[in-house]
Design a protein around this ligand. Structure first.
Ligand code: XBP
Ligand code: MG
Length: 252
């Protein structure tokens, strides 16, 4: 059975974006006069908290500041995050964040097969718009008929809200769709919405527990970037739309 729709996460899945996010957070802290600078190690730990505003709040609360100073810093988060998003979208718009291997090819194959496309992400909508504009050619610009982003849902990943909202907008049952994720938080959100999930972890999430994934691949891969040691069911060393019916039927 061919899926009726593919629902993609953004950060880490469509593109490996978290280093750009990390630099944007640090740039925003400096512009707002804070000495805070998130190292890669610190950021990897903070990525357990989804949502940039929530991530900053978690960091502030862990600083052990006096209650008044903590409240002052928390009150500053909307402005801080606005600066961060401006820095990030500027970086993305300059074409510095490419799609991961196989993503563009799979989107083209899905469109050719009449499979609908959606996004369910925790990141801000401005970030999604900037990434799609900078990376997808004109023929794929409006490829995603549904985009559920950031604060559009009450509870962010690992809650299933973003995926449930995407399924509702698609008017499709979870069984008819397939999700694509990169992290445990995202996998829990997709599985929580009843979705079988392909996970392509990044260096940020390679230590995550991905045991609930339907399929784990290092990348989606493509002829220019074939997968080393592709799992047996794949007919080629990259995941193709044509592989999905047999793969899905084998695990129905
Ligand atoms: C990843 C996130 C986001 C980004 C930062 O989202 O958790 O918070 O790290 O973006 P996903 P914002 O993997 O669901 O795409 O600062 O805009 O939140
Ligand atoms: Mg992600």
């Amino acid at each position: 059975m061919m899926p009726a729709a593919l629902i993609f996460d953004v950060d880490g899945t469509l593109a490996d974006t978290e280093e750009a996010h990390r630099q944007a957070f640090n740039g925003a802290f400096a512009r707002h006069g804070h000495a805070w600078q998130w190292s890669r190690e610190t950021y990897r730990d903070l990525l357990r908290v989804t949502g940039g505003k929530e991530r900053i709040a978690h960091f502030v609360r862990a600083l052990g500041l006096d209650p008044l100073r903590t409240d002052e810093c928390l009150a500053e988060i909307p402005a801080l995050h606005c600066t961060k998003t401006a820095l990030y979208t500027h970086h993305v718009a300059a074409g510095r964040v490419p799609l991961r291997s196989g993503v563009q090819r799979l989107l083209i194959e899905a469109r050719a097969a009449g499979i609908r496309l959606a996004i369910a992400t925790t990141t801000s909508l401005d970030n999604v718009t900037a990434l799609l504009a900078a990376t997808l050619g004109p023929d794929l610009q409006d490829a995603f008929e549904v985009i559920v982003a950031g604060d559009a849902v009450a509870a962010k990943k690992p809650a299933p809200d973003a995926y449930r909202s995407a399924l509702k907008a698609l008017d499709l049952p979870a069984e008819a769709c397939l999700a694509f994720e990169d992290s445990r938080n995202g996998l829990r959100a997709a599985v929580g919405a009843g979705l079988r999930t392909v996970v392509t972890p990044t260096l940020w999430t390679r230590e995550d527990d991905l045991s609930e994934a339907w399929l784990v691949l290092p990348e989606l891969g493509d002829p220019d970037h074939p997968l080393r040691n592709p799992p047996a069911p794949l007919a080629r060393p990259w995941l193709r739309i044509a592989d999905l019916p047999e793969l899905l039927d084998a695990t129905a």
